[in-house]
Design a protein around this ligand. Structure first.
Ligand SMILES: Cc1cc2nc3c(=O)[nH]c(=O)nc-3n(C[C@H](O)[C@H](O)[C@H](O)COP(=O)(O)OP(=O)(O)OC[C@H]3O[C@@H](n4cnc5c(N)ncnc54)[C@H](O)[C@@H]3O)c2cc1C
Length: 321
């Protein structure tokens, strides 16, 4: 154990002198040892893994870059959204939807369900924690997960991107050291805007579905919807309901939600959930919440087996400079 703590001190030293660290007024560097897994992302997948781990007696820590759970659903979805699949295919492990919910719950109902889920399993993510880097330290045999948080010097709060209008910023860097890392950052968490020829000259409004709220602002206008996945189709319908005149372009006959993209686990479903050196991925199966729930149970079983076979666990500690 002494060897471990010596290495941890070395990490702290390296962190303090890392030239790549934000050069702004960094005043706080912390190193936190987490006894259980670190989960990146507090969307449905991250919550599901945390709950399944808890059921097996394994504590975990969720790091979330936004300031709420299910940020995709709360901040980046259109008003008319309902679950696209019947609720029985969308519930998370260990807690069914309330019986009085309709077959296709509304966005508000789904968020309520997730909030109740987090309450039931006492899941308290650390918000405003953007994971910038995660690497496996071969010497230590542990993952080193680095986050940064930005605060205003006047103490008027933080935000995800770290820009606080006109105020001086202070960047806090934290390195979480853990044995297991679960990546639950979502298939749709990043906006993907394809480069389209002539877009710059187009000169009219171009909106990604993550910023689209309702067709109200498009009333009477001609709108081209690019992509015919669930969102494209539903946005098209919403535009019709608001008396806009949408057209939709479809790249090929394959449904978008099933096409291959870079950045997803290499191994196809159902084997993409487990990597090397205690690394896991949840929610990248292209099978929605059902796939996330299946991943979550497997990950918790895998970590839980190891956890419960160990009699001594590391104690979490927190040191600030
Ligand atoms: C409009 C829409 C409708 C959908 N409807 C359905 C449906 O009806 N049924 C279904 O089964 N599936 C549906 N899906 C697909 C999928 O189930 C959802 O996208 C679901 O939210 C995925 O959950 P997740 O936790 O894997 O990812 P997300 O919900 O995207 O959560 C990922 C979280 O990770 C955080 N994060 C990302 N990067 C970092 C970082 N570097 N550091 C810290 N935090 C980070 C994000 O802020 C986010 O909160 C839908 C998707 C969309 C976009």
């Amino acid at each position: 154990m002494e060897y471990f703590y010596n290495n941890l001190r070395e990490i702290e030293g390296k962190l303090a002198n890392d030239p790549q660290r934000n050069t702004k007024t960094t005043t706080n560097t912390r190193c936190i040892l987490v006894s259980g897994p670190v989960i990146v992302g507090a969307g449905p997948s991250g919550l599901a893994v945390a709950a399944c781990l808890k059921e097996k007696g394994v504590p975990s820590m969720i790091l979330e870059r936004s300031n709420c759970i299910a940020s995709l659903w709360q901040l980046k979805t259109y008003d008319r959204l309902r679950l696209h699949l019947p609720k029985k295919f969308c519930e998370l492990p260990l807690m069914p939807f309330p019986q009085d919910f309709p077959m296709y719950p509304t966005k508000r109902q789904f968020i309520e369900y997730l909030e109740d889920y987090a309450r039931k399993f006492d899941i308290k993510p650390l918000f405003n924690q953007t994971v910038e880097k995660a690497e496996f330290d071969q010497t230590l045999g542990f993952w080193r997960v680095r986050t940064s948080t930005t605060c205003s010097t006047s103490g008027r709060g933080t935000n995800e991107k770290g820009s606080i209008g006109g105020e001086e910023e202070v960047v806090f860097t934290t390195e979480y050291v853990c044995r297991w890392l679960v990546v639950a950052t979502g298939e749709n968490a990043e906006v993907v805007m394809p480069e389209l020829e002539g877009l710059k000259e187009f000169g009219k409004q171009v909106v990604h579905t993550s910023s689209y709220k309702s067709g109200e602002t498009f009333r009477g206008k001609r709108v081209l919807v690019v992509g015919s996945g669930n969102s494209g189709m539903e946005v098209c319908l919403d535009l019709c309901h608001h008396n806009a005149m949408p057209s939709i372009v479809v790249r090929d006959t394959e449904r978008e939600m099933f096409s291959e993209q870079d950045g997803l686990p290499r191994r196809p479903f159902p084997n993409g959930w487990k990597g090397e050196s205690g690394l896991y991925a949840v929610g990248f199966t292209k099978r929605g919440l059902l796939g996330a729930s299946m991943d979550a149970k497997k990950i918790a079983a895998d970590i839980g087996q190891f956890w419960n076979s160990e009699s001594r666990h590391l104690t979490t500690f927190d040191r600030s400079h």
